[in-house]
Design a protein around this ligand. Structure first.
Ligand SMILES: [Cu+2]
Length: 129
């Protein structure tokens, strides 16, 4: 039973510290530095060109929620995931795009290929959760 007052005292100290931190963050806005629009390390949208029977670049890195867009520059192709995720662009021709964003269920290596030219066109997406 003698432990209870100690625990209450500890909780009181934590609450007081939180109040002090809250006071510090409520300074006039002119005294603070503006936060950058994009957090460091966050990757913007990723673009892949589809031409000459290849994905350019063949290996990309994406973050959860980051859209990956394939732009077909020539021919007709179909991007289909074969490992680590599930997507299928369907056949799309020159001038068309396909966009896919990894959700929280997708982490690690995602392999994909062109369903129309499966032996020639393969790609990899490294997804950082
Ligand atoms: Cu193809």
């Amino acid at each position: 039973m003698w432990r209870r007052p100690v625990l209450l005292l500890t909780a009181g100290v934590v609450a007081a510290a939180s109040s002090l931190m809250g006071a510090c963050s409520s300074e006039p806005s002119g005294a603070t530095t503006a936060a950058p629009a994009t957090a460091p390390g966050v990757t913007d949208a990723v673009a892949v060109s589809v031409r000459n029977y290849a994905f350019d670049p063949p290996t990309i890195t994406a973050t959860t929620g980051t859209p990956v867009t394939w732009t077909v520059l020539e021919g007709t192709h179909e991007m289909v995931a074969t490992e680590g995720a599930s997507f299928d662009s369907g056949p799309i021709g020159a001038g068309s795009t396909f966009t896919w964003s990894p959700d929280v269920s997708v982490t690690g290596k995602v392999s994909y290929r062109c369903a129309i030219h499966p032996t020639q066109m393969t790609g990899t997406i490294d997804v950082n959760g």
